[in-house]
Design a protein around this ligand. Structure first.
Ligand SMILES: NC(=O)c1ccc[n+]([C@@H]2O[C@H](COP(=O)([O-])OP(=O)(O)OC[C@H]3O[C@@H](n4cnc5c(N)ncnc54)[C@H](O)[C@@H]3O)[C@@H](O)[C@H]2O)c1
Length: 346
């Protein structure tokens, strides 16, 4: 396996981490070195004679042992981030698939969440996220426009409640000020509206409201929290609840569908803009979830688990397995110039 990591110019910190500057050992930093050759040795190549195979195995083992030694030596110096461009699965906790880094031990979260904010926390997915985070000992600041229901949820989870209308930029700034040490910000609010039909059938006020809450809520959250997270210099994460309705276009999606497509674009833009920072982005795209929004669907607790798992892995998108082919079909139709077809699950 070939592994080549980026090394910042001498004297400069790695741009993906605010942690200590680390000089990478030759095995990661010097392409073409003997170490590099050792780790690319192919111990299962049947063309090799048995002696070559044994030597290759030993070389690969020793190379990995040296990496382990190096990592162990720097363990206590705080988070260490190593970019890895390869598609292989990770060595010693390197997050190869997502190119971000590792922390302490393999399997442990990449983001230490000690404090989190959840919007739309009084119900459904937001409440489930809050419950999961509280169970993991996370300090919580919860927001919702529905103050009474929010107070009840917050009391049950020993969380701070900040009644907030996410469509109001000043209210969201106030929320961010109340959670200065948040590592994880879940921008989760969304409303479905009343007119799920053709775009021209929805009332102009419905369009305004859905754009203000669904799209504005996410943008206001990013404006309030991202500068704070970046200024803190600590690793952080933003979880944005979009929807499958933002990745595949369902007939009768109304203004809701358009706002969720916009939320997907905003989440992607955010991930691109924050790519070289310690702040990660995850975009949650559930299909139907049982909540105040939908009487049918999967359990919001399962959706919360999947979302938090993706956050811990620093994975960008969470897309239900059954709908992945439908998302690909939409893209195929687009590039072939074909009209849209109604999405169906696999
Ligand atoms: N339920 C589904 O089937 C489903 C599917 C895909 C995506 N989603 C998305 O998941 C997110 C959560 O939805 P849910 O299913 O948990 O719905 P929900 O209605 O159960 O919860 C939404 C919460 O947001 C709050 N809220 C509404 N407007 C607000 C505002 N302006 N400011 C602050 N809080 C506000 C509500 O009071 C409620 O507590 C939404 O973004 C939704 O679009 C839901």
């Amino acid at each position: 396996m070939h592994r080549q990591a980026e090394r910042p110019p001498a004297g400069q910190a790695d741009p993906v981490t605010s942690g200590p500057e680390i000089t990478l050992p030759p095995i990661y930093s010097d392409a073409g070195s003997t170490d590099d050759k050792e780790i690319t040795a192919d111990p299962v190549n049947t063309d090799n004679n048995p002696t070559d195979c044994a030597v290759a195995f030993l070389d690969a083992f020793l190379a990995q042992f040296r990496v382990a030694q190096f990592l162990a030596k720097h363990w206590e110096r705080g988070p260490l981030y190593v970019r890895d461009q390869s598609e292989d699965d990770g060595l010693f906790g390197l997050d190869a698939a997502h190119g971000t880094g590792f922390r302490r031990r393999e399997g442990e979260p990449l983001v230490d969440i000690t404090s989190a904010v959840v919007t739309g926390a009084a119900s459904g997915i937001g409440r489930a996220l809050a419950a999961r985070l509280a169970a993991a000992g996370t300090r919580l600041v919860l927001a919702d426009v529905h103050a009474a229901a929010l107070a009840q949820v917050a009391a049950g989870l020993h969380a701070t409640a900040i009644p907030t209308d996410v469509a109001d930029p000043m209210a969201v700034q106030h929320l961010a000020a109340a959670a200065p040490d948040a590592d994880l910000v879940c921008l989760n609010v969304g409303i479905v509206g009343t007119a799920l039909g053709a775009p021209w059938e929805a009332d102009p006020r419905e369009w305004d409201t859905l754009l203000a809450v669904n799209l504005g809520g996410v943008v206001n959250g990013l404006r309030a929290f991202v500068p704070r997270l970046l200024a803190s210099g600590r690793p952080g994460h933003i979880l944005i609840t979009a929807s499958l309705a933002g990745l595949a276009t369902f007939p009768g999606g109304g203004a809701y569908a358009a706002t969720k497509h916009a939320v997907v674009a905003v989440a992607e833009q955010t991930a691109l803009a924050l790519a070289d920072t310690p702040v990660g982005v995850t975009m949650l795209c559930p299909a139907l979830v049982r909540s105040a929004m939908s009487a049918t669907g999967v359990d919001p607790a399962d959706v919360a688990d999947e979302a938090l798992h993706a956050v811990h892995e620093r994975r960008f998108a969470v897309v239900p397995t059954a709908w992945r082919a439908a998302v690909l079909r939409r893209a195929e139709n687009l590039v072939r110039g074909q009209p849209p077809t109604p999405p169906t699950p696999a």
